[in-house]
Design a protein around this ligand. Sequence first.
Ligand code: T1G
Length: 702
Amino acid sequence: MSESPVVRLEKDGDVALIIVNYPPVNALGPGVADGIVDCLNKANADPSVKSLVLMGDGRSFIAGADIRGFGTNRKRPPIGQRTYDVMDASPKPIVAAIHGYALGGGLENAMGCHYRIAVPSAKVGLPEVLIGILPGGGGTQRLPRLVGAQTALEMITSGRHVPAPEARKLGILDEVLPEGTDLRSAAVAYARKVADVRPLPRVRDKSVTADPAIFDAMRKSIARRARNQTAPYHCIAAVEAACTMDFEAGIRRENELFLELENADEAKALRYAFFAEREVAKLPDLPKDVAPYEFKDPAVIGAGTMGGGIAMSFADFGYDVKIMDATQEALDRGMERIKANYATSVKRGSLAQEEMERRLARIHPVAGYDDIKDCDVVVEAVFERMDVKKPVFAKLDEVMRPDAFLFSNTSALDMDDLASVTKRADKVAGTHFFSPANVMKLLEVVRPAEASPQTLMTAMALGRKIGKISAMAGNTDGFVANRSRAPFNSEMVILLEEGCLPEQVDKVMVDFGYPMGPFAVGDLAGLDIGAEGRKRRAAANPNYRKLPIADKLVEMGRYGQKTGAGWYRYEKGDRTPHPDPEVAAIIKQVAAEMGVPQKDFTDTEILQRLLFSSVNEACRILEEGKAYRASDVDVMWLHGFGFPRYRGGLMYWADGIGVKNVYNQIAAWHQQYGERWAPSKLLRELAETNTPFRQAKPAPFA
Ligand code: T1G
């Protein structure tokens, strides 16, 4: 039989099996598509073969095109010679046998087959839009022919993975095998069963029509999340072509639209983000032979907003989790908040009632330390003050089983200091969740000096097991995410002293791609929270740059949405921020008292004042060895602060401006504004050597 390193042809009687073997996920890497075509041709030329099976070795069917190949000058076979085209021309039936994932080009290959069967745990989808392109292998033409235009539009513009049972219902799959069936033998039996069925059921031979109005309706419905992007709209245009052109014309149209996207900035940035999110899991300086501990019995201490959200995160991913607080009343309040959060999701339709009940049943409120002493991991989420956290950690150390891991959700406090009150500093680390903890995907794992490799790996793995993206941060004030964000938070208020208004800054950042402006976010989080941190930093650092305008609002009790007024004014029961003339007057008054010269600002200056200040701080973090790589900072900004994904991340975006340009602008602001704009050493070095931020060599982890 034909052998290629990545695709092999086997026979089982009169059934030929084409088996892809390109670990880890059977992407359509170099040689895979050619190997499939080669095997298809050989099997069709073999008179003893009556039907064929296409399947994958290892953990998956085919996970799609090799994303690493995009943006290179990789050879793309012309239309007519691609796997899908050879399948169309096949005189014998081909059965796609799916396990793991059939995504992108993987599902497109499966839809080029005549039949599709899968194991129940398989998932299918066309996620190309998530990397800024569109299904370029016939997916926009075949999927609508299987599931109808509306469902195809929803699947292709969302990129979501569809579980096999749902895919069966939608008409993507012909059969979902019973749990535990052996896929290979079931596929051979299926291929034998359909060997003589004619005409061959080619997806391309089906037709699809649609009410033309659904395409504009889809354009309207994605407008918010697809802002400033092209790919989602091209996806719609391609599906529209499936409904208005014949198959060949639709394929050509799809290809035209695909080629407009592959090398666009949007696709390059999204590909970068995809790989950055995988790179962030790599801990190069930790021993490879140490595995994370497989925790089974988590506990959360502190049933406030964060503790409740953390407990929900565990429950959402199938863990039974104990939660406790200092008083029964606080615990009851916490449980009420958890129930209310789930009820909101059910009301919104994003969570089924019975699923909510299953998740709630996994959250076990318990009276005290005695009830969590047998847990193997605990996440502390009590009030953000060291004098509150230390006694908790001392108590946890006393009662918890000796091999239990003690993690803290602190957002900035010194993890070495916290570990020092325990006798198990090797089992202590920070697991910093972002609010709301059950929604935000970022988990910042903070690395105290004495944490063992296994503790760090267990904390990183804990995040992944509850649907988070874990990123390692050094133990420094604010760790990496908040520390790199801190100058942004100062600069935005300093801009007001110089003549900006909150709504002007927010508009610039929303136009840039943020879902909400930073002042509106401040009102949502609560301005009193930030004030605590400013007080602590001012007490610790006499040179700390105070923010009198922000302090004034807090003194006036303007905490934001929770008090009906903050940077903005809010109508009762309405979260819409309204510019407030009273705030404008406060800004004017404080700026006059400070004697700050007033000026007009361009949108670019506003944007760069905020983001460059953080780029500079991120360089300091890297040069101090508090983060592994610049792309980790980007992952934190994408998943902790809502930085627009189609711009790649903070450092990726700065590279688009150019390291020299960033340095020159910061150096100029250093002259104008003094020390807070002093360029970091690493930034200067990168500018001198014209080295992109993404290639910065950070100091070893400290
Ligand atoms: N190309 C290249 N590498 C890939 C890859 C891909 N498509 N998918 C995964 N990898 C690498 C990944 O970088 C990591 O590498 C390792 O595999 C494990 O991945 C023509 C144009 C399949 C759901 O978008 O969504 O088809 O870090 O950690 O959590 O129309 O990988 O080990 O070196 O993510 O189990 C469309 C992308 C492509 C699927 C598995 N397909 N992949 O998740 O593993 S465009 C996709 C995923 C296309 C056609 C178009 C996930 C996964 P390393 P992982 P996982």
